[in-house]
Design a protein around this ligand. Structure first.
Ligand SMILES: *Cc1c(COP(=O)(O)O)cnc(C)c1O
Length: 424
């Protein structure tokens, strides 16, 4: 089965004259259409806002495009907060959903006026101290009901094993304490399943959260102003999978909202989301060139990218579809392992994959790498991270992050005069 590509072989050959492979290509048109669809799907909710999960794709140019559709950012660290500040986002458009949080990150988030989402009840005092003895007026708490989270198609996840969030009892206790400390507006957050390829996840999660919110508001007297469904909406990495329909998802959430929140007099609660993968994964690909073929106990194609550029296959055994550009319609009559150059045997973009016959110099288009792709990279084996390019709607290409150079790699070894020795 095939998956559509956003560039032709000819276009890549032209781009590669200026920017050598490997590189990421992001499809501006796809990003914009999807961001618009997300806004429309939740337009029934007056306060709706998507806080894009920065960790998925921390590129300011891409986040700026999303912000044109009203998106804010969801941050998990100091540098993600700094990036949000540099983008000029106002505090209410910055969500800080962190865990195991260092004090200085709470201090900084508070300075920016970001919305702080507490991962644990013990963070109340910790955060208060980090905020100079006074908590912000708006605070959120992260919920973890424990157990397993199942949906009708059998997809499930294991909140009971997850390090995040507070138990039901702790949620009640946390809201009471926060209220006694002067907090005025309350939010609630949960992330219970990852990469869900079903339209059922958000509505099911929303139902659980809405019921808890009604109880919490009744029993503790707090004013719940938003419910944050977080991330977890997935994408079809495999060509045979059916994509989520965000419009159906939005309607599903509306239905439970009208069943549970509206009758409880909570029809003014804003719905927030923190999607990362769904916003960008399908609109970014890693383009890499075949540079070696090896015939030993298996057939290998060595490419010029490695797990440093895209770690998901090595890290989780994740499937990423591969199209050999210019051979979209060729028969898939060869079985290859497609490998990178790391001295790690898990550095394989595909194992036993049916592909057309690959010639040296062919360009491989690795799909659905637009989220948790570039961002997850590291520098093992001293390999450098590649460039990111934006394929604009008019067909032109914009460099939105240059490739790393050896100078970047050595930048933290100040005392060894490596720059000097290498003549940089
Ligand atoms: C990772 C993460 C997200 C984004 O998750 P996706 O699966 O990319 O949608 C959102 N919120 C929090 C707190 C996260 O850790």
């Amino acid at each position: 089965m095939k998956k559509p590509v956003c560039v032709t072989k000819a276009k890549i050959e032209e781009i590669a004259k200026t920017y050598p492979t490997p590189f990421y290509v992001y499809d501006e048109k796809g990003i914009r259409e999807n961001a618009k669809a997300v806004q429309e799907a939740f337009s029934w909710n007056k306060g709706f806002r998507e806080y894009f999960a920065v960790k998925a794709t921390p590129n300011p140019r891409l986040i700026q495009i999303l912000s044109e559709y009203g998106c804010g950012t969801d941050c998990s660290s100091m540098t993600e907060l700094m990036l949000s500040k540099a983008l000029g986002l106002p505090g209410e458009k910055i969500m800080f959903s962190s865990n195991d949080t260092p004090a200085e990150e709470y201090t900084y988030a508070n300075e920016l006026g970001a919305i702080i989402n507490l991962d644990d009840i013990t963070h109340i005092d910790f955060c208060e101290e980090a905020c100079g003895g006074k908590l912000p007026e708006t605070m959120s708490c992260r919920y973890n009901p424990g157990g397993v989270f199942t949906m009708s198609n059998g997809i499930m996840d294991n909140p009971g094993d997850a390090k995040y969030g507070m138990t039901t009892e702790q949620m009640f206790e946390a809201y009471r304490i926060l209220k006694s400390k002067g907090v005025k507006n309350f939010g609630m957050h949960a992330f219970l399943a990852s990469n869900t390829v079903t339209n059922e996840y958000y509505p099911k999660l929303a139902g659980e959260l809405f019921e808890l919110a009604v109880k919490l508001q009744k029993e503790t007297g707090v004013k719940i102003t938003f419910i944050n469904l977080s991330g977890g909406v997935g994408v079809p990495y495999r060509p045979e999978q059916e994509a989520n329909d965000i419009c159906v998802i939005g309607e599903g959430v509306r239905k439970v909202y009208e069943e549970i929140l509206v009758p409880a007099g909570m029809g003014d609660v804003a719905i927030y989301t923190e999607m990362g993968r769904f916003m960008l994964a399908p609109y970014g690909s890693l383009v890499t060139k075949a540079i070696h073929e090896k015939h030993t106990h298996k057939e290998y194609i060595g490419v010029d990218a490695c797990a440093v550029n895209l770690m998901r296959p090595a890290m989780y055994g994740a499937y990423h579809h591969i199209t050999v550009l210019g051979k979209e319609d060729a028969p898939l009559d060869h079985t290859y392992d497609v490998t990178g150059s790391l001295c790690e045997n898990n550095d394989k973009f595909a194992i036993d994959r049916q592909l057309p016959k690959i010639e040296m110099g062919d360009y491989l288009y690795i799909h659905d790498a637009g989220a948790h792709g570039y961002a997850m990279g590291y520098n093992y084996n001293g390999k450098l991270k590649c460039a990111e390019l934006l394929l604009k709607e008019d067909g032109s290409v914009e460099l939105i992050r240059r490739a790393e150079t050896p100078k970047d790699y050595f930048a933290t070894l100040d005392q060894f005069e490596i720059y000097h020795k290498l003549g940089f």
